[in-house]
Ligand binder design. Structure first.
Ligand code: FAD
Length: 510
């Protein structure tokens, strides 16, 4: 037992004070801030460089951010006020499947089903009987709320309808990092400002022992969390974990980001519009709208990309566009020896489905679950790398699907995407859906069946068949079900306040 005590981690050094750094620090300070059973403490130290700064983008999230916030005990109204957040019901896709194509990928499903098959199977059956069917999203609570610009938290008066959706947030990433910094520091985390110029390692084990700052200070630690962003200062710079480059299947490598003034209607969703050599995002916050253009510099120039971005703004630009470059992929191992990479240092798929912050939540959660002793058992590292590797790959495949299924052939970029080889599991998913309407959900912790249905049908696949068991329900019953659900969804949405009024009410009532 004495060995266990000697082996206890007493100092965690987090390198980087961006979203990943403070999202890692907050739960670690919450859990380790107080004295342990032997009275000993575990310090949490965050080192950040004012010279280098943070990436400054990352404003849209998935619903899982609510579980992360709730685990910290954050009050939702306080969080919304402090980070100037708005609610997010999903993403509106424009011009992705073809020019003029528009559909919604919402958080939630397509309403209750009526037999043993997934509801989209009955919809496919109806679509076969009637030539022209309105889009399946008319039955999805989140899509109808988004279309009507309305929001209320799930619950409401119509069980099975007004609770059949979920929500995440859009927020100011800088304010969120500050919010978590205050939280972590109130629980004992320390913050050191300085630029790291060297990493010290044990000559035998290779474990990191300290980081050296430009002004000569040394910061020692037992466990190091690398949140240094794309540069991967520890995981790559010192430990050379290696990087798996995915740019042959995810061709975008550049982005320009610019905020603009808000317009009247505060939309409760992110908009993603496909462009000639990539896509643009629009993310509404309380005080401004975040915009960006993600593109491949092999297919357009930076000047043309900036022009496309600025021409598409719906309010006056509040700054000059800021240029970012990236290589899509992931670190081959994100836990090596006593160093764990979290955030951009671990990899970057691309921001199309707002998955980076979600992957930070997953990594921090896994680290807490697998929290090591000072000798960092390699079995823990293997388990962490197994889980995180799988999560990155499943996000990667879901994003590739967005590009691969396009019918656009109006630019070299889209012709390149349509011709790209895709990973085998994704090829199988597409083929299965195209042939039978069935969804192979390969990662139970990843995007669920309704997400695949929304994307594949939205992008233009109409399955050749549907589940034959869906034929066992009388067609009049099927018809009545869809008519009834559509009316209930419309009524439930109509009872909700406008999104802006709901946000203002939340902030005022906090
Ligand atoms: P950074 O923000 O780069 O922080 C790095 C930190 O390390 C900084 O504090 C820096 O000072 C410190 N540092 C670096 N080097 C040193 C050194 N030598 N010494 C000391 N300190 C050092 N994610 C989403 O979930 N949703 C989105 O909508 C979204 N949109 C995005 C759009 C684009 C174009 C891009 C590129 C990314 C987007 N992301 C999004 C990803 C998101 O921005 C990041 O996952 C998130 O900001 C975390 O970044 P980070 O903390 O890992 O790195």
């Amino acid at each position: 037992m004495s060995d266990t005590n000697d082996n206890t981690i007493r100092r965690i050094v987090i390198v980087g004070g961006g979203t990943a750094g403070w999202m890692s620090a907050a739960p670690l300070a919450q859990r380790l801030g107080g004295p342990g059973h032997d009275g000993g403490r575990c310090e949490v130290v965050v080192v950040e460089s004012p010279e280098i700064g943070t990436i400054g983008v990352g404003e849209a999230t998935l619903p899982t951010i609510r579980f992360y916030n709730a685990a910290l005990g954050l009050d939702e109204a306080d969080f919304i006020a402090r980070t100037r957040a708005t609610y997010k019901l999903g993403i509106e896709f424009r011009d992705w499947g073809h020019l003029g194509n528009r559909f919604f990928h919402g958080f939630g499903d397509f309403g209750p089903t009526l037999g043993n098959s997934p509801v989209h199977m009955y919809w496919l059956r109806l679509a076969r009987e009637f030539d022209r069917m309105p889009a399946l999203e008319n039955w999805s609570m989140s899509s109808v709320m988004a279309r009507e610009n309305r929001f209320a938290a799930p619950g409401g008066q119509t069980p099975g309808i007004s609770d059949a959706y979920s929500y995440g947030f859009h927020f100011d990433a800088g304010l969120y990092a500050n919010y978590l910094r205050d939280y972590a520091m109130a629980r004992g985390a320390q913050r050191i400002e300085g630029t790291i110029t060297a990493v010290e390692q044990h000559p035998d084990s290779g474990f990191i022992t300290a980081v050296k700052l430009r002004d000569g200070r040394r910061v020692e630690g037992d466990l190091f969390i690398d949140c240094s962003g794309f540069r991967g200062l520890l995981i790559e710079g010192a430990l050379q974990a290696g990087y798996e480059d995915w740019s042959d299947r995810l061709p975008c490598n550049s982005a320009l980001a610019v905020p603009c003034a808000s317009v009247d209607k505060l939309t409760p969703y992110t908009r993603s519009s496909a462009r000639a050599a990539g896509w643009t995002w629009r993310i509404p916050l309380q005080h401004r709208t975040g915009n960006g253009h993600v593109y491949s510099d092999a297919f357009t120039s930076d000047e043309e990309a900036a022009r496309v971005l600025l021409d598409g703004l719906d309010g006056a630009a509040l700054d000059q566009p800021r240029q970012l470059r990236f290589v899509t992929g992931r670190r081959r191992k994100s836990w090596v020896k006593n160093c764990i990479a979290i955030g951009l240092s671990a990899g970057f798929v691309e921001p199309l489905e707002s998955t980076s912050i979600h992957l930070i939540e997953t990594a921090v959660g896994k680290l807490v679950e697998l929290f090591p002793q000072r000798d960092c058992s390699p079995a823990l590292a293997d388990e962490f790398n197994r889980v995180m590797g799988g999560r990155y790959e499943s996000v990667r495949d879901f994003i590739i699907l967005h590009y691969k299924l396009t019918a656009r052939d109006d630019s070299d970029f889209w012709r390149h995407c349509a011709a790209m080889p895709v990973p085998e599991p994704l090829r199988h998913q597409i083929e299965l859906f195209r042939e039978t309407g069935r969804v192979a959900v390969l990662d139970r912790d990843g995007f669920a069946e309704p997400s695949f249905v929304a994307m594949m049908m939205g992008l233009g696949i109409t399955p050749r068949r549907y589940d034959p068991l869906a034929d066992r329900v009388d067609i009049r019953q099927v018809h009545g079900h869809f008519a009834g659900v559509r009316d209930l969804v419309a009524q439930a949405a109509a009872r909700m306040p406008e999104h802006r009024a709901y946000v203002e009410g939340t902030v005022a009532g906090k």
